[in-house]
Structure formats: C-alpha cells, structure tokens
Design a protein around this ligand. Structure first.
Ligand SMILES: *Cc1c(COP(=O)(O)O)cnc(C)c1O
Length: 398
C-alpha cells in the first residue's frame, strides 16, 4: 500500500479529531523516521517531547522486550518486583518523597487535582466543597472534561459543558495576578514552566521564583506540569531548575517512557500524596511491571548518555542560529534548550504551509497556535545534524 491508501483508510474509519501532515511513517531510529515510500525525515517534533531519547532507543527497547516476556500486568491488587525499584530510582533522581504512577499525562494532571483538593480539606482545613485551584490563561494540561473545563481555548471546550467547578484563571507570567487571585480557599496553583502547546511561551525571568515564594507564603501547593518541559527537554532535568526552585507536585509523562508506552507520574513531597488512603484513587495499568521497566530504562539513559547536557548545548546553538536567519516571515525565536518556537508574523499566513514545505525537504515539525513552528528534536541530536536542518529551515523561510 502507498501513503495515500493508508490515509484513505484513516479517513474512512477514524474519528476526524486530528489533522496530521500527510506523511505515513513506518520506521524510526534516533532522530530519523522513514515513510512507507522509503523517504527519510528528521523528526523535529519528537511526538510533543515523548521521544526525547530518540526513536526506538535500543536500551529502552531491550528493557521492554525482556519485561514483556516475563510479566506485563498484575494490577495494583498485587505487588510486583518492578514497582519498588522504579519508585526508588525516580524519587532519588528527582529529589521527591513520593510518587504515584498513572498512564497518560492528563491522568497525572487529574491525579494532582484530586490530591491537592484532598490536601486542602484534610490539612489546610478548607470548608467542604470550597477548594479552589488557580490555573493560567493559554494553558494546556490535556483533554479530559475537568481539564478542558479550565482551558481558555474555545475549541477545546466547545460543546462539552457542563464543566467541573473550582478553577480560577489568571494571566500566565504574571506573579502579581497570582497573589491577587489567592483566597483562603486556594489549595493549588497549576502551571507549565514554559507553555508548550500554547506556542512555546517563556515567562519573564524570575517568574517561577516569585510564584514559589507566593505559594509558600499563602500555604498553596505549587503544581508544575512538566509533562512537556521535563526530562531534559529544556536542558535541565526539570525546567524548574532554571530558577532554582522546587515544586510541591511535579507532573511527568511523555518522555517518561521514551515513547514506547504511556507512562506518567505525579512526584510530590510527602504531605500532598500522603493524603491518599487505599481505595482513594487508582488505575488498572498505572505502575504495571512493563511500564516500570520501560520508564526506568527511559529515565536512566537520559543521564547515562548525557542527553540533558546535550539538550542545553545543542539547544543554545540551534536557537542562536535560528535567530540569525533573515526572514520577513519571522517575528520571534524563543525557547529553552531544545524546546524552541519560531513565531511568524500574521502576514505569513500561518505556520502550516511552512511545515508542509519543510516536510518536502525532509524535516517533520508541526505548527502550534497557527503562527508558531515548534522545533523540538530528540535530545540526541548533534550539531552537524542541526546544521543540515538549519540550511533547509533557512531555505523555506526566505
Ligand atoms: C501533552 C501534555 C499533557 C497531556 O498529556 P497526554 O498524555 O496527551 O494526556 C499535559 N500537559 C502538558 C504540558 C502536555 O504537553
């Protein structure tokens, strides 16, 4: 079958909730992927940062195969010999006290919302049913009903009401707005260190530091959604490290499995996750042996193969060289590490046509928020490969 045959099948039988670029992929290795016609592309999206370690990383693949032949699922009704070692490794490496494993990113967000609400009632003594969580405009935290209920993106909400109450929205990057929005009923502040889907929006320097201080002073739990910014993407293990702070709850997903399998987790100080008792929350697949084995391997290769340092070095280089491109279409280049957004001027007519032109030159990326091209290649990319990409990006943007 050819590309158009596969696309026809998807269109015929699938719900129409995505509009992918017309490329049908069949194989991946490191930063490269191949389509069914055998054409080779550089992956500059990394599945929204789920492939930080590169496609089909051999060590993660081997962990997956070995575990798949032994034991894949016990449910949390029984213990497994994979869960404890996974907990220990992730807590030690991230300086966390406690971890709760789930599957998708949205489930980690939902878990954090449940945990801070319960913490609010049990520990902060908020009156029953009154807990408030503050979120930011232009956020992206996933697609469940509760989460889209506090999205400010009209399309994400349209047609899905009624929504979960208890959320308050403030502008992103504005610490004073946070201070002003907090009431005695505020239990948590949920925020992305850099808004990824929102268009790679980097907050002003010092924002997270101020936010940390305000949350401390008001006994509000700081929940950082690092599902996209975490695990090396911005050149640090977590983006919070750029400002030398620590969240109360950190949400990880995506690259936690190196793209092999949905694995997410809530990492926390003891106090917050400590509110859960047996039966309060759960997931059949959350923390299963296969997920644990894959996540441990995906996590350790980030360190063993120095991917985080590489993201910092190559990210600086990539951003600097992108800024040097002289193009009437570019409004701004911004980002941290290998999470980079190139915002185009409105007259450019949207980023989609440039993504299509880049695909024809062998680079896969995706527009976000109509006018932004996001460049987020796997963290194993090398400088000569970036040079190869930059030549083509420059050619498309002139
Ligand atoms: C992708 C993403 C999510 C949702 O993860 P899913 O696995 O798609 O549910 C949540 N928060 C952020 C910041 C994300 O980028």
């Amino acid at each position: 079958m050819k590309s158009e045959d596969y696309i026809r099948l998807e269109n015929k039988y699938g719900a129409n909730n995505y509009k992918p670029l017309d490329v049908v992929l069949t194989r991946g290795e490191g930063i490269w992927v191949w389509d069914v016609e055998g054409r080779k592309y550089m992956d500059c999206l990394s599945s929204y940062s789920a492939i930080n370690q590169g496609h089909c990383h051999p060590k993660i693949l081997s962990a997956l195969k070995q575990q798949a032949e032994k034991l894949t699922l016990v449910s949390r009704a029984f213990h497994s010999d994979q869960l404890g070692p996974f907990y220990e490794e992730i807590c030690q490496r991230t300086n966390s006290h406690s971890v709760l494993p789930m599957n998708s990113g949205a489930e980690a967000v939902e878990t954090a919302i449940k945990a801070v609400r319960k913490w609010g009632y049990q520990v902060k003594k908020v009156a029953p049913g009154q807990a408030e969580i503050i979120v930011c405009e232009n956020n992206f935290h996933g697609r469940t009903l509760t989460i889209v209920g506090f999205s400010t993106e009209e399309q994400y909400r349209d047609g899905y009401a009624p929504f979960t109450p208890g959320f308050k929205t403030i502008p992103f990057g504005d610490a004073e707005a946070l201070e002003a929005a907090i009431t005695p009923n505020t239990v948590g502040f949920l925020v992305e260190p850099i808004q990824g889907e929102g268009g790679v929006i980097v907050p002003p320097e010092g924002y997270l530091k101020s936010v940390r201080e305000i949350c401390d002073r008001n006994n509000v739990m700081l929940i950082l959604d690092e599902i996209q910014t975490g695990l090396g993407r911005t050149g640090k293990l977590f983006a919070e490290e750029h400002e030398g702070i620590e969240s109360d709850l950190t949400l990880v997903g995506k690259a936690l499995s190196g793209g092999f399998y949905p694995v997410s987790a809530v990492l926390s100080n003891k106090e917050v996750l400590g509110v859960f008792k047996p039966g309060d929350h759960g997931s059949t697949f959350g923390g299963n042996p296969l997920a644990c084995a894959v996540a441990r391997a995906a996590f350790s290769v980030l360190f063993e193969e120095k991917m985080i340092e590489n993201a910092a070095v190559q990210g600086d280089y990539f951003q600097k060289r992108l800024k040097e491109i002289k193009s009437p279409h570019i409004k701004e280049v911004r980002g941290k590490g290998l999470l980079i957004g190139v915002e185009l001027v409105p007259e450019a007519g949207g980023a989609r046509r440039f993504c299509e032109a880049l695909r024809d030159k062998g680079i896969l990326c995706k527009e976000t928020h109509t006018h932004v091209i996001r460049f987020a290649p796997p963290l194993v990319i090398k400088q000569d490969e970036l040079d190869w990409a930059l030549e083509r990006i420059g050619g498309v943007l002139v």
